[in-house]
Design a protein around this ligand. Structure first.
Ligand code: TXA
Ligand code: MG
Length: 342
């Protein structure tokens, strides 16, 4: 995209969004334009899912490969009707428990969904968000909204309006600023089109929570054939600054080594920094203690990475998070952020 456009940011109350602001945004969506908006996970970049030209604008603004399909957001069962072709009992049970909320279901797509949304594939990812701004926008636009995270391709997902502006300013007309996103990392993606239910992306809805409703679940991509979730490239969600994952007991040495080499170092920790001497060493320029609680750590993770990425550092050291299934989504995002692979 060569021509920069003016990006307007409108503040909107995240509990009781102003109907005038929502109507303006909904009208833009209905006219085929893009609107960035907050959800309970991260900010999304939305377009009318029925409008192939509008959806194409998402790919252009993000620099996203056309092979990476989008999630379609719906407000209610009525909007769902012409998005999916089948609604199996498993979908009903999962939706009854977790919708509205941070769970995305992959299902056979309705023929009325344009191919550009699903990267030409026969399945569509669908989710019903519970953020009041997202819900108000969907209801007012009265169309399903295709929306990936509102960042340029491969970059960190945004959890605040200013993250969106930094990444997509000049490329989109409107950002609804509803403050920071409460969840902080992207939705859990579950594939319901195979013989067995399969987790494609860990997220705020944990495997244990899914298993409670549907019993066993396969984890990860199938071994052969084309990628079922093509967006799951190894490198993804990355800061621009070099980032390294370090075990807790090696943090002090990694810090000293980098400091000794004259590098400006930032550090993120999960465990209590007072439990060791690292935090008192003056060898790093910025230090952020996230939380030993996985939910709180998820809420703050991208915000911390954005902040360090803006701090003119040479290196970001991140403590490897604790073991355990409740940390799976954070482990997944950190491994991708630290990866140098394409
Ligand atoms: O929390 C979220 O899910 C946020 C908010 C805005 O809703 N959206 C988001 O979208 O994270 P995006 O585009 O950044 O990630 C969508 C993921 C990608 O990994 C993509 O490959 C996968 O969902 N996906 C989309 N459609 C799919 C399909 N038909 N089959 C398998 N995976 C699909
Ligand atoms: Mg994304």
């Amino acid at each position: 995209m060569d021509h920069l456009i003016t990006t307007e940011t409108l503040i909107v109350d995240q509990v009781a969004p102003d109907i005038h602001v929502i109507t303006l945004a909904a009208n833009l969506i209905r006219r085929g334009q893009l609107v960035a908006f907050p959800t309970e996970t991260v900010y999304g970049l939305g377009a009318n899912a029925w409008d192939a030209v509008a959806v194409q604008r998402i790919f252009a603004a993000k620099g996203r490969p056309g092979s990476n399909p989008l999630i379609v957001h719906v407000a209610d069962p009525v909007q769902l009707l012409n998005v999916v072709r089948e609604w199996p009992e498993t979908a009903e049970r999962l939706a009854a428990r977790f919708w509205p909320g941070p769970l995305t279901l992959v299902l056979p797509k309705s023929s009325t969904i344009p191919d550009v949304v699903t990267a030409g594939g026969p399945t569509v990812a669908v989710r019903c968000p519970n953020h009041p701004v997202a819900r108000a926008l969907l209801t007012s636009a009265a169309v399903p909204i295709a929306a990936p995270s509102a960042n340029r391709s491969m970059e960190l997902s945004p959890t605040r309006a200013e993250h969106v502006l930094r990444s997509l300013g000049g490329r989109i007309p409107l950002i609804l600023d509803g403050g920071s996103c409460p969840g902080g990392i992207e939705s859990t993606v579950v594939d319901l089109t195979g013989e067995r239910v399969r987790l494609l992306r860990p997220g705020l809805i944990s495997i244990a929570m899914l298993q409670e409703i549907i019993g066993s679940i396969e984890v990860g991509q199938q071994g052969d054939g084309p990628a079922r979730s093509p967006g799951q490239m190894v490198r993804h969600y990355s800061p621009r600054t070099v980032m390294r994952l370090v075990p807790t007991d090696s943090l002090a040495r990694a810090c000293r080594d980098a400091g000794g080499a004259g590098l400006q170092v930032g550090m993120i920790r999960f465990s209590n920094p007072h439990a060791s001497t690292v935090s008192s060493e003056p060898t790093f320029a910025r230090f952020i203690h996230l939380s030993c609680d996985p939910g709180l750590a998820a809420t703050r993770l991208y915000d911390a990475l954005h902040e360090l990425d803006q701090s003119q550092l040479d290196l970001i050291l991140v403590e490897i998070p604790p073991e355990g299934p409740e940390w799976t989504a954070i482990q997944d995002r950190l491994a991708r952020a630290a990866s140098q692979a394409p």
